[in-house]
Design a protein around this ligand. Sequence first.
Ligand SMILES: CSCCC(=O)C(=O)COP(=O)(O)O
Ligand SMILES: [Mg+2]
Length: 232
Amino acid sequence: MTTRPELVLLDIEGTIAPISFVHDVLFPYARARLAGFVAAHGDEPEIAAALAELDAIAPGAPPVETMLALMDRDAKVGPLKLIQGRIWAEGFAEGALTSRLYPDVAPVLRAWHGSGLRLAIYSSGSEEAQRLLLGHTPDGGLTALFERFFDTRMGGKRDAASYAAIARSMAVAPAHVLFLSDVADELAAAATAGIQVCQIVRPEDGTIASADYPTAPDLAAVAAAFDRPDPA
Ligand SMILES: CSCCC(=O)C(=O)COP(=O)(O)O
Ligand SMILES: [Mg+2]
């Protein structure tokens, strides 16, 4: 991180939301409802298209089994993410789900937005899921702080071209974007595209610090770094 960015691009899981929340609350909620959801909504065009994509991944296998197997290895696959997002939408609408963010996140995001920094999300979770998560936090709705919610329709998070495309679509030079993530491979892809990067290392979630990139324990530390002079 060398210059104060114009745009901060944020990952979700492990960066602003606890991994434990995603794995122990959101994923089990979706797992338990996959079969019922497919039975109820499988004929809707968007869901039917997602089921066809799943069939291309595991030809002939029942789609619910394919999704369960993908979830077992935390595969970030578009049709699975779309269906998870639709299931979580029902949970948030019924009040059965409330999202959880790390405690530093909401105050820093509000301060960044208030100071004119542009904000966007780039997550493997679907755009709908991202909006739900940020719209139902214990600190209130945060979606209005963000200009855009990018998901894997922009490309994979380990592919440099995805970050270049995001910068282009937000009309900002890559060098003026800062990407925050817990995953070193994602930071490597962003750095290849010329984007500034910082790894968020949350000890409570067991993130392993990479030797290759600047690290910070939370968003407050990133914010503090903006105000420090560059090392000579
Ligand atoms: C609202 S996103 C839900 C979490 C999720 O499904 C996911 O895959 C998060 O991936 P990330 O790219 O944010 O680490
Ligand atoms: Mg992450």
